[in-house]
Design a protein around this ligand. Sequence first.
Ligand SMILES: [Zn+2]
Length: 510
Amino acid sequence: MAKNRKWNNDGLQQIQPLQEKQHRAERRMVVLPTTGISMIILLLLALFPQQVFGDASFNTNRGGVKTGRTAAALEVSSLSDLEMISLWGPSTTDRFNPYTGSLLAPLLIPRVSGTANNTRVQEFILDYFAKLNTTSLTGGTEEAEAEAEAEAEAEAAAATTTTTNSKLKSKKLKHQNRDQLFRRALGTPGIGWHVELDRFTDKTPFGEKTFTNLIFTKNPKAENRLVFAAHFDSKYFPPPLDQKPKNQWNGGDDTLPFIAATDSAVPCAILLDLAASLDRALDHPSRNDKDTTLQLIFFDGEEAFQDWTATDSLYGSRHLAELWAMRSVPRSRTATGRNGGSTSNNLEGIELFVLLDLLGAEGPNVPSFFGATHWVHQHTMLIEQRLWEAKLHGGQALARRKAGIQEREDDDEADDMERLDEDEPPLKGFLTAAPAWGGVDDDHRPFLQRGVPVFHVIPLPFPHVWHKLEDNADAISPEVAEGWANIFRAFAVDYLQLLKPRGQHRRDEL
Ligand SMILES: [Zn+2]
């Protein structure tokens, strides 16, 4: 019973000492030489009333903010579905270990836009998808890898905005364990991930710099997309004046060692997790070009180099939204998304734009920002509740670790879990029903302004380590990161209807 009490109090008493510790740590924190505000909370309501209050009834068919799904059309995955989905793809908590995790650790370096480290992170992400593609398309033969590598090098010399088709350089593949990230029978046919590199230069307070957005699309022929996005660059913090005079700051490699774990390495790792875990289901032969597909966007240049202004911030998302607004794409009469049935620009196929930011720390509190997508927020809360019932909620694993309960399935633990479930609601949901109409300025804005429906997943308040050197590996809870990954995995499965009309996928198929 004592053990049980410890469990039940976790949300209150176990978290409290940590917060105190963090507050103490905060007073010792290095105050970074940031000037002005960076992430301004804007009242977009005044500017975009339609997007904000476009649809308070959660029916999305109104104005320019229709989405292809409605609340009524979405079913929440059952418990058994969630158990199955949780086994898809990379399924160990360790993948979000900030020191050793295959998805997260490679991202945790300073990666300011325009620097060599930023390019290293791009290569890690590209290699990750190349690995998915190489395995799914060719079975991972060395010949195919060599071919892909040669093609990639030829393409690397190409124009500033480059689109390649499903193959990228895979230099490091031979040295990696192909079974490390996901399980799939070699030779399994798949359609692969289409890769688009949006590379461009823009003026910054430190001169012209190169930025690269990375876009991965499962089936580029699909007319409608569910988009998940996050930014992979980290903010530039110049060295103190006594170390380097201001006129020598270069806006890049001389940055302080800020690795931006929540901002947004963890969200990027969650996108990688989504790609691997849904890869097989998205390749299912029963899916066709009419089905809404999954698109993952890794933005460069979200951060301001100095002050957050209209021109010093959101370099990548501003460029991509503008690029896609100008790109004309044919749409058939059966297109189900916004403005279906005509030629349209490449933004109009986005049914829903899900932006992840500042995730991975304990105790997130994510409100609902937009009336037009409030139903999405509500649906995600249902998924979170259902994950709790399935004992797959990240908060449960975190509480178990903090309470010193072993992961092994012994009788005592099972009893604890049962008692907990009978007595207690979730310790603290990641999402809250409370609205925060208006929103936080972020990479979604250039899309929102062009009528794209947005589901912004960002906690308020921000993590207390936000834009401090302490936003490092120690700020991350692997369990919370995994919890988020499970939530979005289930959300994508529901939204893309990867289970319901298609029959069952078993783990041994993956
Ligand atoms: Zn930031």
